[in-house]
Design a protein around this ligand. Structure first.
Ligand code: NDP
Length: 326
């Protein structure tokens, strides 16, 4: 193959073993696109859903939704970028578990010189998710309380810090003692080991039976009904993921007891235009520069270990951001 590269592809839909490292054609940037030499590919829970076939797609499928790297070429009509510029992105036109990727220039964000590739990536898809949840889905206010599931996870540990920066009281659930220590270190007021303690009772007890202003639920099937139960009067249940599986259909009448709001949200519409995308990115970089935010990056792995990274993520064995290096 003349212009080829290594990439991890799902050869069928299924478990981590369906992925393999292949030699495939290097992508060409189309009009308005950047060609990026990928230095790090973010592993996100959404990759698991894609690999399992929950969202369909053509096979073989080059995996990966997020990358950081340097501009290595440009399609027609791109301005404002030069070869060698460092960018982080989601919304590419080719998969990111690869040596090169293409992305519409409008979806790429310049990385400040003093921010490492790994940190830029940890702040990107997961950081922007935490940002829209805390700032827009339910704009937290000082004095309010919230509950965040999976507080040591890629999204969770950033969301804890954004909620604390806004002056909210944060309850969070985690699966292990190690994760509890991490979540407390990121500022959670109370960390609930949900395997040992009934988290619903604790949250209701601590809030005098009132419940919380917002619940951020990425776990789905095993938590969503309890999340609704401990939302306070007119509280918001922001359901943004299904790590434990898709819940059964929910009868909206159960919201009536607390007049709660249940919303199923995704990042795409919250970064739909360039201005909003850059605002979220720059807010996160500014919080990092001001020392108000720190991020946890797991030891990185080579591309060839993508299956192990997925296995770890699905078995709840990871904390912070997972990254594959081409
Ligand atoms: P995490 O690092 O948070 O990993 C998932 C965590 O979920 C696990 O570590 C585990 O933490 C918890 N969990 C609880 N039950 C299960 C289960 N049965 N199987 C696996 N994990 C479980 O992943 P990410 O930060 O990448 O993503 C978190 C969630 O946010 C995902 O559901 C993802 O789809 C969603 N997401 C949604 C976005 C959106 O805009 N809608 C964008 C980005 C992510 P513990 O052991 O502490 O319980």
């Amino acid at each position: 193959m003349a212009d080829s590269m290594k990439a991890v592809q799902a050869m069928s839909f299924g478990g981590p073993d369906v992925m393999q490292l292949n030699e495939i054609e290097k992508p060409e940037p189309g009009e308005g696109d950047l060609l990026v030499k990928i230095d790090g590919a973010g592993v996100n829970y959404a990759d698991v859903y894609l690999r399992q076939g929950a969202r369909g797609g053509d096979l073989p499928m080059t995996m990966g939704l997020e990358a950081v790297g340097t501009v290595a070429g440009m399609g027609a009509g791109v301005s404002g970028y030069s070869e060698g510029d460092r960018v982080v992105y989601r919304g590419g036109t080719s998969g990111c578990y690869a040596e090169f990727g293409t992305v519409p220039a409008k979806n790429a964000c310049p990385v400040p010189d003093d921010v490492s590739d790994d940190i830029a990536q940890a702040l990107h898809l997961q950081g922007m998710t935490a940002h829209y949840l805390a700032y827009d889905v339910h704009p937290l206010k000082a004095g309010e309380s919230c509950l965040i599931h999976a507080g040591a996870g890629g999204v969770g540990h950033i969301l804890i810090q954004l909620a604390k920066a806004k002056g909210a009281t944060v309850y969070t659930t985690v699966g292990t003692v190690e994760k509890a220590e991490l979540a407390a270190g990121y500022g959670a007021d109370e960390v609930i080991l949900y395997r040992d303690i009934n988290f619903k009772d604790i949250v209701l007890e601590r809030t005098g039976g009132k419940g919380v202003a917002a619940v951020y639920d990425s776990v789905g099937a095993s938590t969503i009904l309890d999340s609704i139960a401990y939302a306070g009067f007119r509280g918001v249940v922001a359901w943004f993921g299904d790590a434990s599986g898709r819940p059964p259909e929910i009868d909206a009448r159960i919201l009536g007891a607390k007049c709660a709001y249940l919303t199923r949200v995704g990042l795409g519409p919250y970064v739909a235009d360039r201005e909003t995308l850059m605002r979220r990115c720059n807010d996160l970089f500014a919080l990092l520069a001001d020392g108000k935010l720190s991020v946890n990056v797991a030891p990185t792995r080579p591309l060839a270990e993508a299956a192990q990274a997925h296995t770890d993520l699905e078995s709840r064995g990871t904390v912070g951001k997972l990254i594959l290096n081409p």
